[in-house]
Design a binder for this molecule. Sequence first.
Ligand code: DX5
Ligand code: ZN
Length: 223
Amino acid sequence: MKPYIAPSLLAADFTCLDREIGMVNASEADWLHLDVMDGRFVPNITFGMLMVEAAKRLSTKPLDVHLMIVEPEKYIEAFREAGAEVITVHQEACPHLHRTLQQIRATGARAGVAINPSTPVDTLEDVLEDLDLVCVMSVNPGFGGQKFIYRTLHKVQQLKNRLTERNLAALIEVDGGVGPQNAEVLVRAGAHVLVAGSSVFGAADPLKAVSILKNAGQESLLV
Ligand code: DX5
Ligand code: ZN
């Protein structure tokens, strides 16, 4: 199976979002990834539901909304109304994670949980049935353009094994520092969704960059 590709708008040129999102629409990307940051959970502030709503009007791809905020449960319905198809909260920001995941699913969105590089996969043991996506953060959340932390790769493998053992269909997403240099190893380890900001929007040919990621880890058709 080819991975889903989710270009992260954080690395786009915000003065021409229609063109940038138009590029994603025209590409082989599957989702558009939107990074919501509050300056509390992470040391950076980006945007909120107004931007999600604007992206919804421009995008032909489902919106994958990554909430890097404290108390995300206060805003889940609002982000769903703004057009989020996938809503991902951070394990570290949710003392009542089970309840929050149910809240997301009740809106009709897919429920995701992200784990920081320092958070073990074990912390999700008791909610694996209640989520649709696990986002393995391969950088510390807060900024685009950071270096991929290789240590996080084993969590993709661990998750793949857990999900297979328990016959669960949740998607494994990897976010941060993803590009052509590591896409293949990630897909082989079990990643279903690759989030890519700078390696797509910063590329000389973004359409080609998406295509390279989309075909990473596939057997070559050439003999
Ligand atoms: C980081 C964000 C990422 C970021 C990825 O906190 O969650 O989605 O946009 O950017 P790159 O691909 O440039 O590391
Ligand atoms: Zn993200």
